[in-house]
Write a protein that binds this ligand. Structure first.
Ligand code: GRF
Length: 215
């Protein structure tokens, strides 16, 4: 029987990546179970979707805490209570402290809507169009203290088309996000990822998902 590692998904909003992870984890052979969805915002749309699917949800409102350390202490208590082994950030709009990130080293991953290291930060699709890039995409990476850095686990690319708007480009990239995030979590939970310096090696014959757009 597949060992299913208890995973928390941290969200602040829509939660479409969260849903992609929940859907993937419905397969009994998927090596992770989404055991908790945690949001820093009570109005995060993804919370209702998670609840409907019978997933434990929790809200820890960062605004009631004196600082990041206190906020993260509460998160850690909850993560411990739910015996969480891995964390997926999925549109979680809080910066994590180095000590939290260090504590979860190698077990904390994020999805970012650009081909890192290009376009770290926000408004990636607008900026990609403004720069006139022909290829754009998304990345799943291990989280390190510096924002949107950390060893890259998987990437997927889309071609930028004439007439693309930030919204149309975002929609095509999002489809790819929903493919690579579940694949990356599966590899992590199977123990198939090894961090060597700034690189991630896929082991045991596991391979990253499709990287380039089909022509
Ligand atoms: C996604 O574009 C993700 O790459 C970024 O935030 C967005 C979250 O969207 N980190 P959703 O909440 O998963 O729908």
């Amino acid at each position: 029987m597949t060992t299913r590692h208890r995973t928390a998904v941290l969200i602040s909003g829509r939660g479409s990546n969260m849903l992609a992870l929940i859907e993937a984890a419905r397969d009994p052979d998927y090596p992770a179970e989404i055991a908790l969805v945690l949001s820093n915002r009570a109005d995060a749309r993804g919370l209702a979707a998670a609840k409907e699917r019978g997933i434990a949800t929790a809200v820890i409102d960062h605004k009631i805490y004196a600082g990041r350390d206190e906020f993260e202490k509460s998160m850690q208590v909850l993560l411990d209570l739910h015996r969480i082994e891995f964390i997926c950030l999925a549109g979680f709009m809080r910066i994590l402290t180095p000590s939290f990130v260090q504590r979860w080293h190698g077990r904390l991953i994020n999805i970012h809507p650009s081909l890192l290291p290009a376009f770290r930060g926000l408004d990636t699709h607008e900026r990609a169009l403004a720069e006139g890039v022909k290829i754009h995409g998304c990345s799943v990476h291990f989280v390190v203290p510096s924002l949107d850095e950390g060893p890259i686990i998987a990437q997927a690319a889309v071609a930028v088309e004439e007439g693309d708007t930030p919204e149309s480009l975002a929609a095509r990239v999002l489809e790819k996000e929903h493919v690579i995030y579940p694949a990356a979590l599966a590899a992590l939970a199977r123990g198939a990822l090894e961090i060597r310096g700034n690189r991630v090696v896929w082991k045991f014959g596991a391979t990253p998902p499709e990287v380039f757009p089909r022509s």
